[in-house]
Ligand binder design. Sequence first.
Ligand SMILES: NC(=O)c1ccc[n+]([C@@H]2O[C@H](COP(=O)([O-])OP(=O)(O)OC[C@H]3O[C@@H](n4cnc5c(N)ncnc54)[C@H](OP(=O)(O)O)[C@@H]3O)[C@@H](O)[C@H]2O)c1
Length: 276
Amino acid sequence: MPIKQEDVPRADGMPVLGLGTWQNDDHEQCTESVRRALALGYRHVDTAQIYRNEAAVGDAIEQASIPREDIFLATKVWIRNLSYEDVLGSTQASLERLGTDYLDLLYVHWPSGAYEPADTLAAFDDLYEKNIIRHVGVSNFEPEHIDETRDHLDAPVFANQVEMHPFLPQTELREYAQTSDIELVAYSPLARGDVLGDETLAEIADRHEATEAQVALAWLRENDVTAIPKATGEAHIRENLESLSLELETDELEAIDAISTRERKVQPEFAPDSWE
Ligand SMILES: NC(=O)c1ccc[n+]([C@@H]2O[C@H](COP(=O)([O-])OP(=O)(O)OC[C@H]3O[C@@H](n4cnc5c(N)ncnc54)[C@H](OP(=O)(O)O)[C@@H]3O)[C@@H](O)[C@H]2O)c1
């Protein structure tokens, strides 16, 4: 049964559960996954220039026959494209691949590579003023990087997309996001599959006849964090969406907070120095 859109919680207009697409880069498969997700009720899709699947996502949106304004579409400008001119040029190319004339959210993918706050963010401001992007996002930013944007960006920073799951609870970034009125979007919310088999999550899942993946996603939602799990086939896509109806008890949320495992799954060499 497709879920009713009015029942999907939103964070300032952004559906709190979206579909991730990293490494879903076979064109036909990616189109099928996104098409399936939209048919089941997803209305938030996360892609990026570097995922090389924007055209496949665009095909799915075209085939879905859902009004464009009902879909929250986010992409990210890759680190090589962060000069003023390249932000504008590469975003235009993203729009063409996605088959749309605007983006709901455009992220700076990492504060790295060609990222120069004054230069990069001036281009984001231009896109925002022209209404080509409805929101400016950042990704993999630490509080000091976001503080720095305030000297260069007129548009508000809408969201920071970072790795977050029960093994990387991002306490400091959550507090910072709350006090700065910025949405937090959790990537790798299933710890890239590693939440499966965790004892605490499994025990809570059993109580609700749910799965560890659903418990991890419900924990994020109950912490006011948007999650974008990547799923390829219908079973995972559906299971993750159904986490929206899983409500956790306070003691269960506390038990997840108390998990001591610490794991960062995404740490490329261009990650911020403070992660080492
Ligand atoms: N901003 C950034 O720098 C950044 C970095 C990483 C990721 N992201 C975004 O965040 C999204 C999600 O992160 P991620 O792809 O790293 O990892 P993830 O969502 O934590 O995990 C994806 C893995 O979990 C599996 N899975 C999905 N649902 C499942 C379920 N219900 N039960 C069991 N296994 C399940 C998937 O398998 P199947 O594919 O076979 O379903 C896949 O192997 C990405 O796709 C991307 O859009 C952004």
